[in-house]
Design a protein. Structure first.
Lengths: 110, 113
């Protein structure tokens, strides 16, 4: 069973702090990794994807991938209350199918 | 770019009727689309993979005769819930794949009375 594991949280951080979301995966053949954000009652929206080891930055978001440790993370700098949502980590196959983690609930309090 | 639409956004129907949900990629062509279902406070559950011009691939436990999928063009996939029952009430979300990345539609909320 190919799995993606996330801490379900909830993770609570104060406004302006760094939120750190973590994810591990079991399939060493996974080549691509994705972070989606899902607000309550809405569908997931893509935040970032990462294919290579190391860091990838986009605005306040940084994705980190360590294939040797089978570990993916998402850092959110200067967290805002509007960042409060469920964050889904997913690993991808070559034909586009995704395996999702169960999601981490993030709450940013003022 | 990479916009996916779904129609309708919500639907209420009587038990025993069929409901069709459309998923469209608006600014790209998608050979592959995916259909998910999500119950309250649960994670996404993949129902099937829809491939343009061929039969859909269903996940284990998903009844292919109940959830009919048609991917007639590179921009349109449809999901028909046949003989819907109250237990089919859920949030149905499609996604379209571009370059290995899935972009999600806004979802369709189905309520079966």
């Amino acid at each position: 069973q190919k799995e993606v594991e996330q801490n379900s949280g909830p993770l609570s951080v104060p406004e302006g702090a760094i939120a750190s979301l973590n994810c591990t995966y079991s399939d060493r053949g996974s080549q691509s990794f994705f972070w989606y954000r899902q607000y309550s009652g809405k569908s997931p929206e893509l935040i970032m994807f990462i294919y290579s080891n190391g860091d990838k930055e986009d605005g306040r978001f940084t994705a980190q991938l360590n294939k040797a440790s089978q570990y993916v993370s998402l850092l959110i700098r200067d967290s805002q209350p509007s960042d409060s949502a469920t964050y889904l980590c997913a690993s991808g196959t070559s034909y586009g199918k995704l395996t999702f983690g169960q999601g981490t609930i993030l709450t940013v309090h003022p | 770019g990479a916009v996916v639409s779904q129609h309708p956004s919500w639907v209420i129907c009587k038990s025993g009727t069929s409901v069709k949900i459309e998923c469209r990629s608006l600014d790209f062509q998608a050979t592959t689309m995916f259909w998910y279902r999500q119950f309250p406070k649960q994670s996404l559950m993949l129902m099937a993979t829809s491939n343009e011009g061929s039969k859909a691939t269903y996940e284990q436990g998903v009844e292919k005769d109940k959830f009919l999928i048609n991917h007639a063009s590179l921009t349109l996939s449809t999901l028909t819930v046949t003989s819907a029952h109250p237990e089919d009430s859920s949030f149905y979300i499609c996604s379209a794949s571009e370059g290995g990345t899935q972009y999600f539609g806004p979802g369709t909320r189905l309520l079966v009375l």
